[in-house]
Design a protein around this ligand. Structure first.
Ligand code: FAD
Length: 402
């Protein structure tokens, strides 16, 4: 995979310079020059060049076998917002520890921010990191695509992780895709399961495919690092007691940030006040599906959620019907949740819904169809009419709670 200017054909017209969305093309001696560090190989410049002076090769030429032995350890990206490491980083660390036992390697966390971020390292160690790469620069205080990509890809090129796991948050998805291109690695997005192949010792990355109808296990045998994103709440986080003498190594890394990486300025952060529900942090969720039959019946679901002190979730069928906002949607194209209690009212349990809630501790399903697939994952299944059962539950809980 690569891109180049054919100098004999380039007439210095600058059309490609204007067409490049990443400001990766400049002019030198009246010829276009591509900054390969900034170029994402998006190909936007190729069709605008009337002189066919830009060659983009999407297919890798027969590459010599890479030396994979130089790559070691499992890394996770310790996503931080406002200087606080996010829960998804601890979930990834917990999973990385399990993988590291099978791979007999160490676990490292990449913590990026300004100098104040160092105070978060202790927490990262307590969730299982053996090593923290502390990547600091004043321009890295808050996430921006270009400087973070530059900093983390420099770190990866220097220390060469064998596996790199990143949360599939808005930030993580943006960063992971850029990094994978920068270091010429594959990337499996939105994994719901990770394991190590016992023989080949490579990462098996499982995720829904073909609209969620099959689960595909993807491997990256020929390139390193093996990169995957995992949605928040897919894995549970476990805070470990760090035994005395546990390796807690901090490696400080000062990346080079260029002017060109700072084209985007953060002028302010605005909270979206329309989001009144934080499903991913809720310990109890009561969700309604198409079985509630009418948007006004969401009141039954809301009443039960309120009695239990929980949040209201929904299937995509109800969101698509406009009965409730998309912030409440649980599933493959909604939120992945892992509460202590998940109550599914009139939800059939199609795979796309299940992948978003099946790791809940206790699942209670209420459905009038005894063959509904939701019962396969339910801890307690109630076959019956939700219009009788849900209000009866609410009454009983209110009674018990006085
Ligand atoms: C690419 C893709 C992504 C998707 N992403 C998501 C996603 O993120 N989240 C999601 O939820 N779906 C998602 N879907 C849609 C998914 O396939 C299902 O269509 C959807 O989950 C069905 O919602 P439901 O269970 O509410 O409705 P239905 O499948 O229609 O089920 C309604 C259930 O209610 C029961 N019922 C009816 N009346 C009563 C009653 N009175 N009492 C008790 N039970 C009753 C019925 O027996 C039935 O089982 C996605 C689909 C695709 C193709």
């Amino acid at each position: 995979m690569g891109i180049r200017i054919i100098n004999d054909k380039c007439v210095g017209c600058t059309l490609c310079v204007k067409a490049c969305p990443f400001a990766a093309i400049g002019m030198k001696d009246r010829k276009a020059v591509i900054d390969l560090d900034t170029c994402t190989l998006c190909g936007a410049c190729v069709p605008v060049c009337k002189f066919e002076a830009i060659e983009l090769k999407k297919e890798a030429a027969a590459e010599p076998a890479a030396d994979l032995s130089a790559y070691k350890d499992i890394w996770i990206f310790a996503e931080q917002r406002g200087g606080k490491v996010q829960s998804v980083a601890f979930e990834l660390l917990t999973e990385a520890r399990k993988l590291a036992e099978d791979l007999k390697c160490q676990v490292a966390a990449v913590l990026v921010g300004d100098d104040n971020i160092e105070s978060e390292a202790a927490q990262v160690f307590s969730y299982g990191a053996d090593r923290v790469y502390l990547v600091t620069h004043p321009e890295l205080k808050d996430y921006r695509t270009a400087p973070y990509t530059r900093a983390v890809s420099e770190l990866m090129s220097k220390y060469k992780p064998e596996i790199f796991l990143i949360g599939a948050s808005t930030m993580g998805r943006d960063l992971a895709a850029r990094l994978a291109i920068r270091v010429n690695a594959g990337l499996t997005a939105d994994c719901t399961g990770l394991s190590i192949d016992p023989e080949k010792k490579i990462l098996q990355q499982t995720r829904p495919a073909f609209g969620g109808n099959i689960m595909a296990t993807i491997i990256t045998p020929n390139h390193r690092p093996q990169m995957a994103t995992v949605r928040p709440k897919v894995f549970k986080k476990i805070n470990r007691d760090v035994p005395p003498g546990h390796l807690s190594e901090v490696i400080r890394f000062k990346p080079t940030i260029n002017e060109k990486d700072l084209l985007v300025k953060i002028v302010g952060m605005i909270e979206d006040e329309s989001i009144t529900v934080n499903l991913q942090e809720a310990e109890i969720i009561v969700s309604g599906g198409r079985g509630i039959a009418d948007p006004k019946h969401f009141k039954l679901v809301e009443d039960l959620a309120e009695a239990l002190g929980g949040a209201v979730g929904a299937s995509r069928a109800t969101v698509d019907a406009g009965w409730i906002s998309a912030h409440h949607q649980v599933g493959q194209t909604g939120k992945t949740v892992s509460p202590k209690l998940y109550v599914a009212c009139g939800i059939s349990g199609k795979i796309q819904h299940l992948v978003g809630m099946q790791s809940s501790d206790i699942i209670v399903a209420i459905n009038k169809d005894p063959d509904a697939p939701i019962f396969k994952v339910a801890t307690y299944g109630i076959v019956g009419d939700l219009f009788e059962i849900v209000p009866a539950f609410t009454r009983k809980i209110k009674e018990l709670r006085g």
